[in-house]
Design a protein around this ligand. Structure first.
Ligand code: AMP
Length: 588
C-alpha cells in the first residue's frame, strides 16, 4: 500500500476539526487498506507503532531528526534550525527543505506503508552504543525516498507530534462504517477495545472476521483492561441525588492506580494510562503471588507512598521517586509504599466485569491476605449526608483526597466514565489565602478531549536573586475548552527548541516555552517537593516547594511580565503562614 494514501488523508485531517469529516476521511482510508495492514495503519493514525502497553517507543529526539534531515537534504544543520525556528514544527520545516531539493532530483519509486512501518519499528528497537547513528541512517534513508508531504508526517510520527484531532471513538465509528456500513454497530468494537486496550487488534478482527470477530474478544491476563472512571460531584447532597439510597463509600487514596496482572508467579503492572510500569514496583511484583489466594487474577489497587515510621499516607509526589530506570532497589527501600486493593476484574479464568460491585468487593476480601504492605481500601456503606460527611472527614484525616462513592449493584464498565462511580474530593478552596501569578514554562500534550492542545501546563515562580524561573507545579484543572484553545494559540509561537537557560526544572514536558505568559493560580496547599525548584533549599536542604491541587482561575495576566510573577520569597512566606495556621488548629 502506497504511503502517499495515508499522508494525503492525514493532511486533509489536519485541515478540519469537524468530526463528521474526520470520520469520513478515515472510512475512505480504511476502505483502501488491505486487511493484513489495517492494524498497523490504525497504530500509525494514533501516532504509535503498537498499543502503549507494549512499550514500543520511538523516542527520537529533535536533534537527531535534524541531523537526519541535514544528511538527506545535504543542507547544513544551522539552516534547518533556522527554518524550524521560524515555523515551530520540524515536520513542516523538513517538507519545505525537501521541496526545494526534489525540484532538482528525479522521480523515485513510491514508498510503501509496509516499508515506513518496518523502518520505524527498527528505529524503535535500536538500543545501546551506536544506536543513534543507526537511527539517523534509517531516518535519512526514508527521507531520501519520501515526497515532502511524506517526510512531514514521517517526522511527526518519529517525534511524537502527530495530532490528527481524533479520539478512539472516531476511529471506532470509522471502522464500523467501513466494515459494516453503519456506525450503529460500534458497540461490539467498543467492548472489544475496552477489554483488550488494543485498537489495532480490534480493527484487524473486524476487517478479517467481521462483527462476529469483535464479539469473541475475551479478557486475557497481561493484556490490560481499560479502567473504569468516575464522575465528579461537589457535595454529599449531589452524590445522594445522583445515586440515591445506599451505596459504598471508599477512601480515595492519593497515589498511583495500578492494574495488577498475575498468572502463577508472574506479575505485570499497568498504569492508569495502560503503560507497563512493572519495573518501578519490584516490591509489588515480589509480594503479589504471596498476598493473593489466586491462580490468575487481574486486580486494581492504588499504590501509595507511606511514612515508614508512622504508617501515614504521603502525597502522590513521593511516588515519583520510583520512576527511574536505575537504582530502583534503593528507591524501594527509601520510599516505601502500601498497595491498596479496590477492585477485582478477573479471577481464575473468569471475568468479574459483569458482577455487581458488592460481589467484586467480596471476591477481593476473600483473596487478599492483608498485612502491612497489602490492604483493602477502607470501605463502608452509607445512606445519609451525615454518614458520607463523617467518612469523608476520616479519609481526609488519614491523608486521603476524599471519597469514591460506588453503586452497590453496578458492574465494572471498562473504559467508561459514569455515575456508577463518583468522586467527592475535599472542596477546592483557595486555602492559601492568596492566588499566585505563575509563568508558563512548558506543556504536556492533552489526551482524549484535549488531544491536539496542551492538556497540562508546567508553571514557574520568579527567583529574583538569580533571575531564573524555577518550576513549582503542573496545572491541568480549571481550564474551559475556550481556555485550552486560547493557550494553544498564545503559546504555539513561544515554543523553543531547548529549555530556556533561565528556566530551572527537572521535568520533561512535551514542549518548552519562552518564559513569557503569566497566569493566575489558586491551590489548596504548599508542600515540600523533591522535584520542583521553587525556593529550593530555603525551607529544607534538597527540597523545593510545590503547589498541591493547583487550579487555573481563568485569568491570564497579560499585563504582567514574567519578572512580575510571584517570587520565591512570596511562596516561602505563604508556606510559613500556612504552617502557622495548621499549628494553631492543631494539624501540624
Ligand atoms: P481522578 O484521577 O481524580 O479522576 O480520580 C480517579 C483515580 O482515583 C483513580 O484513577 C485511582 O487512581 C484513584 N483512586 C483512589 N482511591 C480509589 C478508590 N477507592 N477507587 C477507585 N479509584 C481510586
Amino acid at each position: 500500500m502506497k504511503f502517499s494514501i495515508i499522508v494525503e488523508t492525514f493532511e486533509k485531517m489536519e485541515n478540519t476539526t469537524k468530526r463528521l469529516e474526520l470520520t469520513q476521511y478515515l472510512v475512505d482510508l480504511f476502505k483502501n487498506t488491505p486487511s493484513d495492514l489495517i492494524s498497523k495503519v490504525v497504530y500509525l493514525i494514533q501516532g504509535k507503532l503498537r498499543p502503549d502497553f507494549d512499550g514500543v517507543e520511538l523516542g527520537v529526539a529533535e536533534k537527531l531528526a535534524i541531523r537526519a534531515i541535514s544528511k538527506s537534504a545535504g543542507i547544513p544543520i544551522k539552516k534547518i534550525e533556522e527554518v524550524y525556528n521560524k515555523g515551530g514544527d520540524l515536520g513542516h520545516a523538513a517538507s519545505k527543505i525537501l521541496e526545494q531539493k526534489t525540484q532538482t532530483t528525479f522521480v523515485k519509486e513510491p514508498i510503501t506503508t509496509e516499508r515506513v512501518y518496518e523502518t520505524l519499528y527498527k528505529i524503535a528497537e535500536l538500543e545501546g552504543l551506536r544506536s543513534q547513528d543507526m537511527k539517523m541512517k534509517y531516518i535519512a534513508s526514508l527521507l531520501n525516498d519520501a515526497t515532502p508531504l511524506e517526510a512531514r508526517f514521517i517526522l511527526k510520527i518519529l517525534l511524537g507530534t502527530l495530532r490528527l484531532g481524533i479520539a478512539d471513538n472516531t476511529v471506532m465509528d470509522a471502522l464500523a462504517i467501513a466494515y459494516t456500513g453503519s456506525k450503529e454497530n460500534r458497540e461490539p468494537l467498543e467492548t472489544a477495545y475496552n477489554v483488550s486496550s488494543d485498537l489495532g487488534k480490534v480493527a484487524e478482527a473486524i476487517a478479517t472476521k467481521g462483527l462476529d470477530g469483535t464479539k469473541k474478544f475475551e479478557i486475557s491476563v497481561f493484556n490490560p483492561i481499560r479502567p473504569m472512571l468516575a464522575d465528579r460531584v461537589k457535595s454529599e447532597q449531589e452524590a445522594l441525588e445522583k445515586i440515591g439510597n445506599e451505596f459504598a463509600a471508599e477512601y480515595k487514596l492519593d497515589g498511583e492506580r495500578v492494574q495488577i496482572h498475575l498468572k502463577g508467579e508472574k506479575v505485570v503492572l499497568f498504569s492508569r494510562r495502560l503503560e507497563n510500569i512493572t519495573s518501578y514496583y519490584p516490591d509489588i511484583v515480589e509480594k503479589t503471588p504471596k498476598i493473593l489466594k489466586a491462580r490468575d487474577a487481574i486486580l486494581e489497587a492504588e499504590a501509595v507512598a507511606i511514612n515508614d515510621d508512622t504508617g501515614e499516607f504521603l502525597p502522590f509526589q513521593e511516588l515519583m521517586h520510583r520512576r527511574r530506570k536505575y537504582n530502583v532497589e534503593k528507591a524501594v527501600e527509601r520510599y516505601p509504599i502500601t498497595i491498596n486493593f479496590f477492585d477485582a476484574l478477573y479471577l481464575d479464568g473468569k471475568s468479574c466485569l459483569d458482577m455487581p460491585y458488592s460481589q467484586r468487593r467480596k471476591t477481593l476480601e476473600d483473596i487478599v491476605t492483608e498485612d502491612n504492605f497489602a490492604r483493602l481500601v477502607p470501605m463502608t456503606t452509607v445512606k445519609t449526608e451525615s454518614e458520607i460527611e463523617e467518612f469523608l472527614e476520616n479519609s481526609i484525616n488519614a491523608g486521603c483526597e476524599g471519597l469514591m462513592l460506588k453503586v452497590l449493584n453496578a458492574p465494572y464498565r471498562a473504559g467508561m466514565r459514569g455515575s456508577n462511580w463518583l468522586k467527592l474530593k475535599r472542596e477546592y478552596r483557595n486555602e492559601l489565602g492568596d492566588s499566585l501569578d505563575l509563568v508558563v514554562i512548558g506543556a504536556f500534550f492533552g489526551r482524549g478531549r484535549r488531544t491536539g492542545r496542551y492538556g497540562t501546563l508546567l508553571l514557574a515562580t520568579y527567583n529574583d536573586n538569580e533571575d531564573v524561573f524555577p518550576s513549582i507545579c503542573k496545572v491541568g484543572t480549571g481550564f474551559t475548552d475556550e481556555n485550552l484553545d486560547q493557550f494553544y494559540q498564545l503559546l504555539s509561537d513561544k515554543v523553543t527548541l531547548k529549555k530556556n537557560p533561565r528556566v530551572d526544572s527537572e521535568m520533561e514536558p512535551d514542549v518548552w516555552f519562552e518564559p513569557e505568559l503569566v497566569i493566575e493560580i489558586v491551590a489548596s496547599e504548599i508542600t515540600l517537593s523533591p522535584i520542583h525548584k521553587a525556593a529550593k533549599d530555603i525551607i529544607r536542604k534538597g527540597s523545593g516547594l510545590a503547589l498541591r491541587f493547583p487550579k487555573f482561575t481563568g485569568k491570564i495576566r497579560f499585563e504582567k511580565a514574567p519578572e512580575d510573577a510571584s517570587t520565591d520569597q512570596e511562596v516561602v512566606s505563604l508556606y510559613k503562614g500556612q504552617k502557622k495556621i495548621k499549628q494553631e488548629i492543631g494539624q501540624a
